[in-house]
Ligand binder design. Structure first.
Ligand SMILES: [Zn+2]
Ligand SMILES: [Zn+2]
Length: 416
């Protein structure tokens, strides 16, 4: 068998890995969304596609494979619904930026029509291969893919995963495998302890709202928004929350698939206690003193957050909670530079705090996963060159055969 790295190798974004044995299996096919949408390399003929989760860096380009061939795509039920939401939004942005279309409507329809929904612990058969999905603990519906051949040889692909518990996701399942394709986003650093992080976060939010300020929380629509709602509910702050932007639709989808959440009940109660912003008057009311606004987009590059951010009172504070890609408004905000809003440069003077509520495994959890999987060959993907190198160093120390491939590399694997 050969593995071709079509994207997401020594970079974060546009994940795409093609396994070529007696049949071709494509693991994810995403986009890198920066100034322009960067696509992965062409996949060639695909017999089966597996979608690890809905985030666009994994799902955004999957419909493009439905040009001449029509393979099934397997993934969990919430992954399809959430991917549909995110892909539709990316196509809209694509049109607004006058970019070349990523793919045609009929390809998007073919992807949806040929999707095979599977729960954790189940999957599909493809000739000599059995493909099963396991909980990745990253976002609702995120899956680790296990491919096993008739000889019992196993390859696992983690997608994005988290071993530590979140309020809404169970920890990732550790899958035994001979070869492992693993993300390395945070291979060089540890995340802070979640409990003490929540304590500090809730104290600062409380201080902001009690002083009459507004706590503005730009969030990613899928995953972070809902985890934050649950955290705010647990801290007794849910009745101050105003939920706006695409996070609303994503939350609805997750509640419809609550068996893919560790605690769907908690998310349901958090949404019920909050105000879901639907009308202009509700949007004005969200700006009342002492309120909390949870809204997209997470990097302040679009969405209602851009309207709110210019209207905060002097006691307000902005709470960033996810990685801010260079060149985005969120990154500019952290660097105290003016934001670009409606083609105008606007300097925001509201203080900013950053809380690392990451849904990815940190350094020691990546090590623990690799050791527990029993893999003797490991491919480090979905990480900057520095992070992939950090994971390679660990693999060398452990005497495990490691690779940090570049985009376009083809590596053969003793599997068939
Ligand atoms: Zn992800
Ligand atoms: Zn990712």
């Amino acid at each position: 068998m050969e593995i071709k790295f079509l994207g997401g190798a020594n970079e974060v974004g546009r994940s795409g890995f093609l396994l070529k044995g007696s049949r071709s299996i494509l693991l994810d096919y995403g986009l890198k969304i920066e100034a322009v949408s960067e696509r992965p390399l062409p996949s060639g003929k695909v017999d089966l596609c597996v979608l690890s989760h809905a985030h666009l860096d994994h799902s955004g380009y999957v419909p493009a494979i439905y040009e001449n061939s029509f393979p099934p795509t397997v993934g969990t039920p919430p992954t399809l619904k959430l991917a549909e939401l995110l892909i539709e939004d990316s196509l809209k942005l694509n049109r607004q930026k006058h970019e070349k279309p990523l793919f045609f409507k009929h390809q998007f329809r073919s992807f949806m029509d040929r999707y095979i929904p599977r729960s954790y612990g189940s999957g599909v058969e493809l000739d000599d291969y059995g493909v099963t999905l396991h909980d990745a603990g990253h976002i609702s519906g995120s899956a680790i893919t296990l491919i096993e051949n008739r000889m019992g040889r196993r390859i696992a692909y983690t997608g994005d995963f988290k071993l530590g518990e979140q309020l809404l996701q169970r920890p990732a399942e550790i899958v035994k495998a001979d070869a492992l394709i693993i993300e390395s986003t945070y291979a060089g650093s540890e995340h802070p302890d979640r409990q003490s992080l929540i304590k500090r976060f809730s104290a600062e939010v409380m201080e902001t709202v009690q002083s009459g300020g507004i706590a503005l929380m730009p969030v990613f629509a899928v995953g972070r928004a809902q985890e934050l709602l649950a955290i705010l509910y647990k801290c007794g702050l849910a009745d101050r929350v105003h939920l706006d932007g695409m996070a609303k639709a994503a939350t609805e989808i997750m509640l419809m698939h609550s068996d893919f959440l560790a605690n769907g009940h908690l998310l349901g109660k958090a949404v019920k206690a909050a105000t879901v912003v639907e009308t202009p008057s509700q949007r004005r009311a969200a700006l009342n003193a002492g309120s909390i606004i949870v809204t997209t987009s997470g990097m302040l590059n679009g969405g209602p957050v851009l309207d709110y951010v210019t209207k905060l009172n002097r006691n307000s504070r902005i709470f960033l909670n996810g990685y801010q890609v260079e060149g985005t408004n969120g990154n500019k905000l952290l660097a105290n530079k003016p934001l670009l809003i409606d083609k105008k440069k606007i300097l925001i003077k509201t203080p900013v705090s950053f809380y690392d509520f990451s849904a990815h495994a940190g350094k020691s959890d990546l090590h623990r996963y690799i050791k527990s999987s029993g893999a003797s060959t490991v491919f480090c993907v979905h990480g900057s060159p520095e992070n992939a190198a950090a994971l390679m160093e660990f693999l060398n120390e452990e005497g495990i055969q490691g690779y940090a491939p570049n985009v376009g590399d083809v590596i053969s694997l003793d599997f068939d």
